[in-house]
Structure formats: structure tokens, C-alpha cells
Write a protein that binds this ligand. Structure first.
Ligand code: PEP
Ligand code: MN
Length: 358
């Protein structure tokens, strides 16, 4: 349920509404980004919905009371119709900007990180990536440089002016990662690690939440809801492929997620074609397709010498391949912008319902 206060409502009137909600054991949550006070209601509204709606709608200062039908409340477009735009070091993610996140899968050393950062910055990257704490399938594979890697990422950021993103794998790492990086990444394997989601929700940094490789869109949005309800409204969603029966690609890139998410949620959506495909030569076409589908940006892996990479070399682009792709992306983005003036209208036949038939 959301309560929209009228333009001239006083703070006392909003306080009365919040107090009324608390009397029913519910939690009021003020919404962001609007000119008027909008209060979302968190908790189990169902048993008292009708009673509450009739009480609230006649309270002074209340303009409207609307039930939210989605199980995810704060992340749903119903509660927050405007796009969320996330600003980091002067770079804006969402609302028509093209975000290009690029960098190595793993930070392997100082020189390679800085060399890669310079190259991707020159070619048009807007955010620098690099893994320091690596979630590896094998315990014998390179696990990342940890905090040492974070210092190289921070140095590369200073050198290029690019904001950074890196993965955090457990609640105990949040503080140190947040000290070194502008955006925290929660990886596919941790999408439903609820203690981690709550911890990054309190970290005071934007979070990019990758889709769990076996997660439905709704499970993914519920995971985002953990972060937002913990106090952090700055969440970016990243589609990175899901596991299907197909074996030619590492995962199956679900591009439908892009327009679907823009419909269901106000959060920005980016696509990672590197982990989705697992193959370097598939990265450019799928990155272009993602932007054509309306993605707010992409994340790709780039390495000075992919054949020698300590992780994910097969899917990493060379510097030249990245520069070529970035140029093409900008062209596609321009075209998409002019062709689709309002790509995500909330009216008309727009409403989507839960499941589909086979
Ligand atoms: C990554 O981006 O470094 C990564 C490990 O991705 P994912 O969690 O999508 O596998
Ligand atoms: Mn990787």
C-alpha cells in the first residue's frame, strides 16, 4: 500500500499517518525522488487492508491510498513510478544514460589494473570493474588478491577518474570493500544471501545485484527488496544469464528481463554478456542487443592479454575489441533513444502478470 500526501500536507499530517500505520504493527517507509511525501507501507497489510484504506483515505493531508499488488513493495514501479537514477562520482546510471562498466575479471596486479583502466577509460568506459574477492567454482583456482587488489582498483580510479565496482562476498568484507570501491557488487552465487543483502543495504554505497543463475525475476526483485528495505535505495540490477539445458554458451542470456524489469521496477538494469555467454566473440553482439532492448548499460570483462588471464580469459575482450564494441554501443544507443521516445509506458496494455504458460 502507498499513501500519497497532498502537495500542501503538513509534516504533522504525515506524522499522523505514520503513527496510524504503526498502531497496526506496520512500518511506514518514506519514498524518495518525488516532490510530495509518499509513504510506502511495509508489513503484512492483507488482514487489515480494507479497514486501513478507509481510515487513511479520510485523514487530513492524504491525497490517495493505493494497494500495491506486487510482493516486492519498495522496488516496484507501483510504489515509485519515476526511474531511479544513481549518481557516482558524476556518472549517472539510469534515465537514458549509457553506462559501460569494464575491466578485468580478476585484478591480477597493479600494472595490469592500471593499464586496463587507462585503456577502457580512453575507449569510453564509464565505470571500472575488477574482482578482488573472487567466487570461484574450484577451491584450487585463483581466489583474487583480496584487499591488495582493492588498493590497485582504487589507484586505477584515481588515475582515470572512473568510479569503481567490485564484488563483496560476505558481510564481514562489506566495510573494507566499501572503503575502497564506489559500487558494491553482489554476485550471482550470493543473490539470495540474505545477511549479505542486509549488510550491503546498510553500507551507504550503491549496490549492483546480479541475477542468481537459477533465480526467477520475482526472486531477484525480492532480493533487491532486502537491500532497499535495509535503507539503501541505490540498487542496479544486472542480468548475467541463467542456467538452462543449453551447453554451447556458459549461461543463457535472458534479454526479456530488460523490458520486463523496466516495467516492473524503477531500478536501473544493466546486462553482463561476458558471464552470460562465456565466449569473447559473442560478447559484442549480445551487448548491442542488450542496449537495443533498452538496457541502461552493460558490464564486460577486458584483459590486456586474455589468453593469459587468471580467470575468465575465454570471455574477456582485448583492448581493441572493447574499443570497437564501445563505439558500436554508442551508435546503437543513439538510435534506440530516437526510435523509442518513451520505451516503458505504464499505461495501456502494459500490466504484466506473474507466470506464463508453456
Ligand atoms: C563477476 O562479475 O566477477 C562475476 C563473478 O559474475 P557472476 O557473479 O555473474 O558470475
Ligand atoms: Mn569473471
Amino acid at each position: 500500500m502507498i499513501i500519497v500526501m497532498s502537495m500542501g500536507a503538513t509534516e504533522q499530517e504525515a506524522t499522523n499517518v505514520r503513527d496510524q500505520l504503526r498502531q497496526y504493527g506496520l512500518t511506514p517507509h518514506d519514498n524518495y525522488g518525488t516532490q510530495r511525501v509518499v509513504i510506502a507501507v511495509l508489513g503484512d497489510v492483507a488482514p487489515v487492508r480494507d479497514l486501513l484504506m478507509s481510515k487513511l483515505s479520510v485523514m487530513p493531508g492524504v491525497e490517495s491510498v493505493t494497494p500495491i499488488t506486487r510482493p516486492y513493495k519498495l522496488t516496484s514501479r507501483e510504489s515509485h513510478p519515476e526511474d531511479t537514477v544513481i549518481e557516482v562520482l558524476g556518472t549517472r546510471v539510469g534515465n537514458g544514460n549509457l553506462t559501460i562498466m569494464a575491466g578485468p575479471c580478476s585484478i591480477e596486479g597493479r600494472e595490469m589494473m592500471i593499464e586496463t583502466a587507462r585503456s577502457v577509460a580512453r575507449a569510453g568506459a564509464t565505470i571500472l570493474r575488477g574482482g578482488a574477492f573472487k567466487p570461484r567454482t574450484s577451491p584450487y583456482a585463483f581466489q583474487g588478491l583480496g584487499v591488495e587488489g582493492l588498493t590497485y582498483l582504487a589507484e586505477a580510479s584515481k588515475e582515470t577518474g572512473l568510479p569503481t565496482i567490485t564484488e563483496v562476498m560476505e558481510p564481514g568484507q562489506v566495510e573494507v570493500v566499501a572503503r575502497h570501491s564506489d559500487i558494491l557488487q553482489v554476485g550471482t552465487r550470493n543473490m539470495q544471501n540474505y545477511s549479505l543483502l542486509t549488510a550491503v543495504g546498510k553500507a551507504g554505497r550503491p549496490v549492483m545485484l546480479k541475477r542468481g543463475y537459477g533465480a526467477t525475476i520475482e526472486e531477484w526483485l525480492m532480493a533487491a527488496e532486502y537491500i532497499v528495505s535495509s535503507g539503501n535505495p541505490h540498487v542496479i540490477l544486472c542480468e548475467r544469464g541463467i542456467r538452462t539445458f543449453e551447453t554451447y554458451t556458459r549461461n543463457t542470456l535472458d534479454l526479456t528481463a530488460v523490458p520486463l524489469l523496466h516495467h516492473l521496477t524503477h531500478l536501473p538494469v544493466v546486462v553482463d554478456p561476458s558471464h552470460a555467454t562465456g565466449k569473447r566473440w559473442l560478447v559484442k553482439p549480445m551487448a548491442l542487443a542488450a542496449v537495443a532492448a533498452g538496457a541502461d548499460g552493460i558490464m564486460v570483462e577486458v584483459h590486456p592479454n586474455p589468453d593469459e588471464a587468471k580467470s575468465d580469459g575465454e570471455q574477456s575482450l582485448t583492448f581493441d575489441q572493447f574499443a570497437d564494441m564501445a563505439g558500436a554501443l554508442k551508435q546503437i544507443h543513439e538510435v534506440v533513444r530516437t526510435l523509442i521516445k518513451d520505451p516503458f509506458p505504464m499505461t495501456g496494455q502494459a500490466r504484466v502478470d506473474g507466470s506464463s504458460k508453456h
